[in-house]
Design a binder for this molecule. Structure first.
Ligand code: SF4
Ligand code: SF4
Length: 186
C-alpha cells in the first residue's frame, strides 16, 4: 500500500510518530531482525516488527491500544539490530507516550509502576525503593505484590528505610517542572 492511498487520519498518525521519534518509519522493510532480538516478544500481542508495519499502515488504534508498547523493556536490542538504523526503541517509547496522552493504558499495572517510579525520582532525585513500593501498592491496590521478596531484600540491606540524599536533587525536580510546563499528560 502506498502512503497516499491512506486516509488522512492514518497519514496524520504516521506523520506524528515520525515527527516525535525523528525516525523514518517508511524505511522498515520487515526483515524481522528487531523481533528476533526482542526479549519480550513472548508476552507481546504484536511483535515489534508487526508494530512497525501497523504504524506504516496508520493503524493508530491497534498500535496505541496494544499491550506491546507497555511491555517493552526499552532494552534497545531492536535499535541496535535494525539494518536500516531505525531507532525502533524510540518509536516504541513515542507510542507509549501517545497512548498515555489519549488515556489508554492497556497494561494498567505497568503504567502505575512507571508513575510511582517517576514520583519517587522527582521527590528524592533518584528511586527510593521502599517509598516506591508503598506508592505503587497505594495506587494499584496490589498489597501482596512481591511481598515474599521483602525479607531477603531487607536481610541483604537492599531496601534502606531512608532515601539516600543526592547532590542536585533540586535540578532533577526542575527537569520534571520543565516537562510539565512543556505540556505533560497524566
Ligand atoms: S526495546 Fe522494547 S521492543 Fe525493542 S527489543 Fe527491547 S523490549 Fe523489544
Ligand atoms: S529490524 Fe528494522 S527494517 Fe527490520 S523489521 Fe525491524 S524495524 Fe523493520
Amino acid at each position: 500500500m502506498r502512503i497516499y492511498d491512506l486516509a488522512t487520519a492514518e497519514q496524520d498518525f504516521i506523520a506524528e510518530v515520525a515527527a516525535r521519534s525523528h525516525q523514518d518509519v517508511r524505511t522498515c522493510y520487515q526483515c524481522g531482525n528487531c523481533t528476533a532480538g526482542c526479549p519480550y516478544t513472548f508476552v507481546y500481542d504484536y511483535s515489534v516488527s508487526q508494530i512497525m508495519r501497523l504504524i506504516q499502515l496508520g493503524q493508530q488504534e491497534t498500535v496505541l491500544r496494544s499491550k506491546s508498547i507497555w511491555l517493552c523493556g526499552s532494552c534497545q536490542s531492536c535499535t541496535t539490530r535494525c539494518p536500516n538504523r531505525i531507532d525502533v526503541a524510540k518509536i516504541m517509547d513515542v507510542c507509549r507516550h501517545m497512548a498515555r496522552e489519549r488515556g489508554y493504558a492497556t497494561e494498567r499495572e505497568v503504567k502505575l509502576f512507571a508513575d510511582s517510579f517517576l514520583r519517587s525520582v522527582e521527590r528524592h532525585g533518584r528511586a527510593f525503593e521502599l517509598g516506591l513500593m508503598v506508592d505503587y501498592v497505594l495506587h494499584s491496590g496490589k498489597v501482596f505484590t512481591d511481598l515474599d521478596l521483602a525479607p531477603t531484600a531487607l536481610a541483604r540491606r537492599k531496601l534502606p528505610f531512608q532515601p539516600h540524599p543526592i547532590v542536585g536533587r533540586d535540578q532533577v525536580e526542575r527537569i520534571f517542572q520543565r516537562f510539565r510546563q512543556g505540556g505533560a499528560h497524566a
